[in-house]
Design a protein around this ligand. Sequence first.
Ligand code: HEC
Length: 176
Amino acid sequence: MANTNPGAGSGRPAGIFKSTTQMVVVVTAALVLPVVIIAMVVGASGSKPRPEDEMSPEAIEARIRPVAGFELKEKKGGGPARAGEVVFKEVCSACHNTGVSGAPKFGDKDAWEARIDKGADALLESALKGKGAMPAQGGGEYTDQEIANAMTYMAKAGGATFEAPKVEGEKKEGEE
Ligand code: HEC
């Protein structure tokens, strides 16, 4: 029996392992078991979509569509900036007509007063980049100027007196 005398002559202190064999077994188990467990967990969830799939544009669109209640449109190239009312009806109205998720409702002066006080630029910034439950550009694909038009259309209905900010060097999204 080679291992009945732990540590003797090996310089190894008589530690927690009674024998080299036991140490090998314990260390092997410590290395192999997590791998086996991970393999089982991954295998069990094999049929679920992977995170990359869940983050694909199609998957995201499918998830937000039931909440937002609008169709994301393909970018229509060229042409003059669409009017605020058009953009509002196409995309912003989905939330701002109903007030879903705390969106300030169209024409609700109480809801808009404090927001309008922040100024057109601050409101435009929120509409372009998103705020709270509102996705950037309201989830649509518009030029910055079109978003500015829609924001102004809505803000005016809420009591604002400013005109639509002119977006400098206007360019289509995706051309940046
Ligand atoms: C998916 C729902 C949704 C859509 C679509 C949406 N909004 Fe909103 N919007 C919100 C919510 C929710 C808030 C309140 C955000 C907050 O204050 O947390 C908000 C707030 C705002 C505000 C006030 C921001 C501020 O700083 O107080 C503006 C301006 C605005 N939206 C403009 C727009 C415009 C313009 C569009 C269309 C291009 C649009 N929204 C589309 C949900 C939406």
